[in-house]
Design a protein around this ligand. Structure first.
Ligand code: HEC
Ligand code: HEC
Length: 214
């Protein structure tokens, strides 16, 4: 190979490298890289039933959540429209590419739901179906799946939409129409549904011994 054609090959290779970085910036996520990035996340999201302190509610299940919703949530923590001390810090430490990779990996973990739950709260939950789905699996990827999510996490979220601590115009409208009793029944309904969500429990050592299901 002559010097010149070697140079041409090098240029071609570096251009290829460039275009793949560019493709990644426009929304492609690398699940394999995401898997390596979520180890810190699993410290909380990987412990079944792990509780947030003050106020007490369960750290949400994020494995199997919709990709676009995960990105929206992380962007919300970073920009301050959604506030939680730990998550603000976590999100701020991630690059846009990290978020893409993490969201791609997490959303790939959706598992086929197995059992059918009871129908508590079905009637009251009807207004929520337009976006979150009767099956709680969300009708589009920018809406979170609720099926099988921890009940007291969802209660906390709804109270935060009511108070404005969690800032979302759509959900403020829906949550403000609900009494505490409505919230209990509706979240019981969504919690009882066959779920594609899970904790990241298989990503940390010893987590299986910590009790609690899923
Ligand atoms: C110290 C514990 C902790 C760590 C570490 C942590 N999280 Fe969280 N995460 C939480 C808690 C608590 C919430 C619920 C906060 C709220 O109410 O907004 C949450 C919420 C979220 C949500 C929103 C879920 C939803 O249903 O709206 C996403 C997405 C998320 N975390 C992703 C991550 C990622 C990605 C990492 C790692 C880079 C991470 N978290 C690390 C505790 C943690
Ligand atoms: C018009 C669409 C729409 C309807 C109808 C709707 N939601 Fe939502 N919901 C959303 C969106 C969008 C979000 C994400 C908001 C954010 O980023 O905080 C959300 C978030 C939530 C969350 C937080 C989930 C999480 O993982 O943090 C809960 C809980 C919730 N909705 C419950 C309900 C309930 C209960 C109803 C019915 C009373 C309802 N929603 C009706 C669009 C909707």
């Amino acid at each position: 190979m002559t010097r010149l054609s070697l140079l041409a090959v090098l240029v071609a290779v570096s251009l290829l490298g460039f275009s793949s970085v560019h493709a990644a910036d426009t929304g492609q996520g690398n699940a394999a890289r995401g898997k390596t990035l979520i180890y810190t996340c699993a410290g909380c999201h990987g412990i079944p039933g792990y509780e947030n302190a003050y106020p007490n509610y369960r750290v949400p299940k994020i494995a199997g959540q919709n990709k676009q919703y995960i990105l929206d949530a992380l962007h919300g923590y970073r920009s301050g429209t959604r506030k939680h001390p730990t998550m603000d810090a976590q999100a701020s430490s991630l690059s846009e590419q990290d978020m893409q990779d993490i969201a791609t990996y997490l959303s790939s973990l959706a598992t086929k739901p197995a059992k059918l739950g009871p129908k508590v709260g079905l009637k009251k939950a009807t207004t929520c179906f337009a976006c979150h789905g009767k099956d709680g699996q969300a009708v589009a990827a920018n809406y979170p799946r609720l099926a099988g999510q921890y009940q007291n996490y969802m209660e906390q979220a709804l109270h935060e939409y009511q108070s404005g601590q969690r800032n979302n115009a759509i959900m403020k409208g829906f949550a403000s129409q609900l009494s505490d009793q409505d919230i209990k029944e509706i979240t019981a309904y969504f919690h009882s549904l066959p779920s594609e969500l899970s904790t990241l429990k298989y990503h940390i050592q010893g987590a299986n011994e910590m009790g609690a299901s899923n």
